[in-house]
Design a protein. Structure first.
Length: 317
């Protein structure tokens, strides 16, 4: 009986310690909620739990949880119009958030950091597509999100600098555009595919989209990124890699795939304001990642959209 009680408390202690080992910033967002399904013992923090622009709050967070691993998802993000109209906000806030967190991870001897960037940090125009990790600094990012992209590039350099100077086991992942059940459907910051799904659900005859429909994009189901993050944790991988499926579609093709996957093929697509196309293409090569994770299969766009549409339909009703 005594042995059973001791075993129970030892097991409980191990469980509680594992909860303290991993912190996820931006844990209430799209990727954080998908990650929570497969990594439930991590600590998921939102901006309400810890303001990453405040060094004192980061100190308190580090002292409270003593993390061994930090998964950094938090960022100031927004759509094209927001990025165009408020470039100072995007570069200042993201530089401060990223700089503060990395500094404190160093001071508190965090063993591993996995930071999430974005393919928007790649050059606006490239000589060859899809782009590999070696192409990252071959030109300026697109004008439409220039400040945000540079703040994310700076984090890549910051992490590589810590690795070089202090031999840290830190890395970053560069995912393509995302969508998923936990996106902010009632918010203007939702990702394109998630916003498209809501438009399709509510439409009777047609949907309106900004731009011309011609730009090319890669879109990934957020579950896939969550699984890659968990793989990197479980297998102690510290490589900087692109994370994206090998398919690339035009915005118009994505819209038509969405309409078909949602069973509303009668809908017409109307394009408005073709000046808001944004970057024409930014597709990336995930060969380096696939050499690490082996036979990983990305969710097809059709399957992912159907999952999110079915989930959204139930919740919206």
């Amino acid at each position: 009986m005594i042995f059973i009680v001791i075993y129970y408390y030892l097991k409980l202690d191990i469980h509680m310690e594992s909860k303290k080992n991993i912190i996820v910033t931006g844990g209430s967002g799209l990727v954080g909620k998908h990650l929570n399904k497969i990594l439930p013992n991590a600590i998921y923090l939102s901006s309400k739990d810890c303001n990453l622009m405040n060094m004192n709050e980061i100190d308190s967070m580090m002292e409270n949880y003593n993390p061994r691993i930090v998964i950094h998802l938090a960022a100031k993000v927004g759509g094209i119009l927001d990025n165009i109209n408020y470039p100072v906000d995007y570069i200042e806030q993201n530089l401060i958030i990223n700089g503060n967190l990395l500094r404190k991870c160093h001071e508190y001897n965090v063993e591993r950091v996995i930071a999430i960037l974005s393919t928007c940090i790649y050059p606006d125009k490239a000589d060859k597509y899809p782009m590999s990790e070696n192409n990252l600094f071959n030109g300026p990012p697109a004008d439409t999100n220039f400040s945000y992209a540079l703040s994310k590039r700076a984090m890549a350099v910051h992490i590589e600098s810590y690795v070089k100077q202090y031999q840290k086991q830190w890395c970053y992942l560069i995912p393509c555009n995302l969508y998923g059940e936990y996106d902010k459907f009632e918010h203007h910051h939702s990702h394109f595919v998630s916003a498209l799904i809501k438009k399709i659900y509510k439409a009777e005859d047609s949907i309106e989209l900004l731009g011309s429909g011609k730009p090319l994009r890669q879109f990934m189901y957020a579950d896939d990124l969550a699984n890659i993050i968990k793989y990197f944790i479980d297998n102690k991988v510290n490589e900087n890699v692109n994370v994206a499926p090998n398919y690339t579609y035009s915005i118009d093709e994505i819209a038509r795939i969405g309409i078909k996957s949602c069973g509303k093929e009668h809908l017409k697509i109307i394009y408005k304001n073709q000046k808001l196309d944004g970057q024409f293409r930014k597709d990336v090569d995930s060969s380096k990642l696939l050499n690490i994770v082996g036979d990983f299969k990305f969710t097809s766009l059709e399957e992912g959209i159907k999952k999110v549409y079915d989930n959204f339909s139930k919740r919206y009703n």
